[in-house]
Ligand binder design. Structure first.
Ligand code: ADP
Length: 378
């Protein structure tokens, strides 16, 4: 690994066997080495068990607090210090992604509400500094970026269909969504309220695999600005933290005959295939070394474009692979594990995003000048 490069951290969470699987007498095909080890065994019928190792493997008995301890706490610390962070959940529909990222009902809070709480606690400790936190929430549905906070109640508009937005790339600040709502939040309770608002607009649907499942990829971002005082010049640290709940991969035959569901699933599978292809190219580039000219097809789909900064740029990234323990899901579980193993090979280049006010003003003035010149020449 080159200096200044970080490995993408890869954790696997195995959900408990559910009531339907129990009723159907499903056997378990995943064995974990202890509650919180670093390896698991896949046990296919009639074949030899295969061991796979990751940064952490969270067994079915692990609670949401343990997921936060391994994945949330480090990313909170990082973002407060000005490093971009990303946690993304990947896996088959019904494997526990939304449960892990957002949480189940009845107070079983997931990673994101815990991250919000940890973030505000951490910021409150830096009593001399000023900070601002904003939240955005989007979904990628049928290759369209939809702003789920666009009609937030704080803006005085009623609920309406969110508009489709464009993804852009800034030469210095990287990928961003033009016109995406960023609502100021002052507490973890504000974050929960906005998430609840966005959830109501997010597209969910019924499949044969899961009573209600996410039919879109969701990206929640906390944008954190912290003015660190006490130095000769106040430093501004700006970082974002993405929490991504990817829609589940699934086999078309498990969807029933619903045309709408089939179309959504084709789009989901297409975007996940583009993501998988991009990761294989990144892994091939890592293998060949820094001088390799392997083309990385990150603009092939909106999903790869959106995640490109987190997978190959300035970001500290962690992946959470969610799997079911059931033998009936083994084929999909093996595919998730293969994907997780290719992500394990990747490195990003995180840097502290710190600027001094005077430099920032100079840079923005230069940018305004360039834009003026561009306008005049058209
Ligand atoms: P996905 O988002 O991957 O489609 P969900 O998060 O919706 O899957 O999980 C499917 C079902 O399994 C939900 O009812 C959820 O509450 C339950 N579940 C998932 N993971 C766990 C877990 N670790 N502990 C308890 N229940 C879980």
């Amino acid at each position: 690994m080159q200096p200044g490069h970080d490995s993408i951290k890869v954790c696997v969470r195995v959900r408990p066997i559910n009531a339907t699987e129990k009723r159907n007498g499903a056997s378990e095909a995943v064995r974990c080495a202890g509650e919180r080890g670093g390896s698991l065994q896949l046990v296919p019928r009639g074949r030899k068990p295969v061991v796979h190792s990751f940064d952490h493997v969270l067994a079915p008995a692990c609670g949401q607090d343990q997921v936060f301890e391994h994945l949330g706490q480090p990313v909170v610390q990082s973002v407060v210090n000005g490093f971009h962070g990303c946690v993304f959940a990947y896996g088959q529909t019904g494997a526990g992604k939304s449960h892990t990222v957002f949480g189940g009902g009845s107070g079983d809070r997931g990673l994101l509400p815990r991250i919000a709480e940890g973030l505000f606690l951490q910021l409150a400790r830096e009593t001399q500094d000023e900070h601002m936190v904003r939240l955005s929430y989007l979904e990628l549905y049928n290759e369209k970026v939809r702003d789920l906070l666009q009609a937030a109640p704080s803006q005085g508009r009623g609920l309406r269909e969110p508009a489709s937005l464009e993804i852009r790339e800034h030469p210095r600040f990287g990928v961003f969504i033009e016109g995406l709502t960023k609502s100021t939040v002052q507490s973890a309770a504000d974050v929960s309220q906005l998430l609840d608002f966005g959830h109501k607009i997010r597209v969910v649907g019924c499949t044969n695999m899961n009573a209600v499942s996410s039919r879109s990829h969701a990206v929640v971002t906390l944008h954190v600005e912290r003015k660190v005082v006490g130095t000769a010049q106040a430093a501004l640290r700006r970082a974002h933290l993405h929490a991504v709940d990817l829609a589940g991969s699934e086999r078309m035959k498990q969807l029933g005959n619903n045309e709408q569901r089939q179309k959504e699933s084709q789009q989901i599978n297409k975007s996940l295939a583009a993501l998988s292809h991009m990761i294989s190219c990144l892994a091939a580039r890592e293998h060949k070394g820094a001088k390799s000219d392997t083309h990385i097809p990150y603009r092939n789909s909106k999903l790869t474009f959106l995640l490109s900064g987190s997978l190959m740029g300035n970001c500290r990234t962690a992946m959470l692979a969610c799997i079911s323990p059931s033998a009936d899901c083994l084929e999909m579980t093996e595919s998730t594990i293969r994907f997780a193993e290719s992500v394990k090979k990747l490195h990003t280049k995180p840097v502290q995003n710190e600027e001094f006010e005077a430099d920032l003003i100079r840079m923005l003035q230069a940018e305004i000048e360039t834009l003026k010149q561009q306008l005049q020449s058209t």
